[in-house]
Design a protein around this ligand. Structure first.
Ligand code: DGL
Length: 289
């Protein structure tokens, strides 16, 4: 795989743009292909096997388009898909997981809130992460952020409806003594201004976007896959979505310098699982909040 090949970055929707921003800031010479699987967002309300299946399908799609490495810019897809993705491809796969370790180090009160999707919180990976990093006397208050991803996908990061959800999820954490909040879903960094406006300085917010970019840099260096740094030239960026392009376009125009036009694509489920009789993704039920 040539080192000037692009890196694939994927999320269930717009959330991974928060990671993409960090990657572009650290590695401006790398070319990026971003896929938002917004047709099937939110993943956090989907069955585990469905999330794994979509992650695999998108990984293969990106690979077919020449990606040299893959960033799973989604905590939910990492929780349920990263092991399969690593087994499926001999390429660097960088995942993202809630910042439990930095939160444990940052908290003074020993009470830490974790806001993440229901699917992330119920995963074995998350249970393992908590078990590894909870120090004696520390308490993690884990709250599924039902409804937040839907709002953000609709471009809403601060309406009264969003503020009500934030209040419902976060205020009880503060009452119980939390001084630190893990943003355990890549969509949630878009809520930082709203959280700070509503809760002031009560909470230290933990987002892992910059750490993921550094991890990607280490992996590229270790595999000798880093793009050559040519003075005056930056990497290219292409944006794809499996739903209507408007939402991703609006968010990308807001966040990124000179965002390219978003292209809508169809990424079918992968054949082996379809043959094994899994329901078609479009027909899978969404678990109610
Ligand atoms: N952005 C995703 C995450 O980090 C998932 C959101 C969703 O689709 O539920 O978990």
């Amino acid at each position: 795989m040539p080192s000037n090949a692009p890196i694939g970055v994927f999320d269930s929707g717009l959330g991974g743009l928060s990671v993409l921003q960090a990657v572009r800031a650290l590695l401006p010479h790398e070319s990026l292909l971003y896929v938002a699987d917004s047709r099937y967002a939110p993943y956090g309300e989907r069955p585990d096997a469905f999330i794994e299946q979509r992650s695999l399908a998108i990984g293969r799609w990106l690979r077919e388009r020449g990606a040299k490495a893959f960033v799973v810019a989604c905590n939910t897809a990492t929780a349920h898909g990263v092991a399969t993705l690593r087994a499926d491809h001999a390429w660097p796969v960088v995942g993202v997981e809630p910042g439990i370790k930095p939160a444990a180090a940052a908290s003074r009160s020993g009470v830490i809130g974790v806001l993440a999707t229901a699917a992330t919180l119920r995963s074995a990976r998350f249970a393992d992460l908590l078990a590894r990093h909870t120090a004696q006397g520390q308490r993690f208050l884990c709250q599924p952020g039902h409804g937040l991803v839907e709002r953000i996908e609709a471009g809403d990061v601060d309406s009264p409806a969003v503020m009500r959800l934030l209040d419902k999820y976060i205020a009880p954490m503060i009452v119980q003594g939390a001084d630190t909040l893990v943003l355990g879903c890549t969509h949630y960094p878009f809520l930082i201004p709203a959280i700070q406006r509503h809760f002031g300085t009560a909470l230290t917010l933990i987002d892992t976007g910059a750490a993921i970019a550094r991890q990607l840099q280490r992996r590229l260096e270790a595999d000798d896959l880093g793009a050559p740094v040519l003075p005056g030239t930056g990497g290219s960026l292409a944006l794809f979505t499996t739903a209507n392009a408007n939402a991703l376009q609006t968010m990308a125009d807001r966040l990124l310098n000179a965002a390219p036009d978003v292209v809508t694509v169809e990424i079918a489920e992968t054949a082996p699982q379809a043959a094994a009789g899994l329901a078609s993704p479009a027909n899978l039920p969404i678990i109610p909040a």
